[in-house]
Write a new protein. Structure first.
Length: 283
């Protein structure tokens, strides 16, 4: 499919991808496979969600899932005991609000769906204990407005987790990121920002403390890799470049040794679109 033939809706793009025999793993990794209930449960059991759940440990109450898509995070939040509001402007029965409603009904979970955009949240200030936004900020039409709105609807002491946001090192890297993105050419809508652009918008919104989770340090950013599968992939990649596989396996055999090397690797990690996550606290 050429760039000139982009789909007019994300639903059309996903349905087309599902019918491509070589895209099955991509669909599973993106949780766009059916049945939706199975995809949502797989996300709930993933190392990514377990890392998110650890960040939410001890918290309860109401949660807003911004840009909820087909509802996998809403499902996970509800399974974790939160009363969930899923914000999703797309009404689609495949990738949008109708899909979330069906998922909530089938799973009998407390998920209320609102069809609206993140830049104008239709909620009173201080409505939520948690705001969760998975791969959402880099899609925003106005990043500053969206961050201000998320801050506004949080209660004092609340937390925003903005997970899996694409970062570039310089503006000139944006086009390279878009060119290599496996889905952007189908529908568009992808974006990546400098790290300071995200943290600047969050600080300007009013967040008192912002913890930045770097690409190689959190399972949230690694998924669909785990630390073990990432180590195997690194060994395979090094072996292709310097064909001494047994040596690499010995050197990187210890998960602790491998983890200790990741901060060093991050210094050289300039991949356009690498993933960061942010944990933001409202005083």
């Amino acid at each position: 499919m050429s760039g000139k033939d982009k789909f007019t809706t994300w639903e059309e793009a996903v349905i087309w991808l599902r019918n491509q025999p070589d895209q099955g793993q991509l669909m599973r990794d993106a949780f766009y496979d059916d049945p939706l209930a199975d995809a949502a449960e797989r996300y709930f059991q993933s190392t990514e969600w377990k890392a998110v759940a650890a960040l939410l440990s001890g918290r309860s109450g109401s949660a807003l899932d911004v840009g909820a898509g087909r509802g996998i995070a809403s499902y996970a939040l509800a399974r974790s005991g939160f009363e969930v509001t899923a914000l999703e402007p797309d009404s689609s029965a495949v990738v949008g609000a109708a899909a979330i409603r069906d998922l909530a009904a089938r799973a009998q979970l407390p998920i209320h769906v609102v069809e609206e955009f993140s830049e104008r949240l239709p909620f009173a200030g201080g409505s939520f204990d948690v705001v969760f936004a998975r791969a959402v900020l880099h899609h925003m039409r106005d990043l500053d407005d969206a961050c201000r709105e998320m801050f506004r609807v949080l209660r004092p002491g609340g937390v925003l987790i903005a997970a899996r946001e694409h970062v570039i090192s310089k503006e000139a890297d944006l086009q390279q990121f878009l060119d290599q993105h496996p889905l952007h050419h189908l529908y568009g809508g992808e974006r990546a920002y400098l790290l300071d652009r995200y943290t600047g918008a969050l600080k300007s919104a009013g967040f008192a403390a912002i913890e930045t989770l770097a690409p190689l340090r959190s399972p949230i950013n690694l998924f669909p890799y785990t630390m073990d599968t990432l180590r195997s992939a690194v060994i395979e990649g090094l072996t292709r470049k310097i064909p001494v596989g047994p040596l690499w396996r010995v050197v990187l055999a210890s998960p602790r040794v491998f983890a200790s090397l990741l901060p060093l690797a991050e210094r050289f990690d300039q991949r356009p679109g690498r993933l960061y996550s942010f944990v933001c606290h409202k005083a």
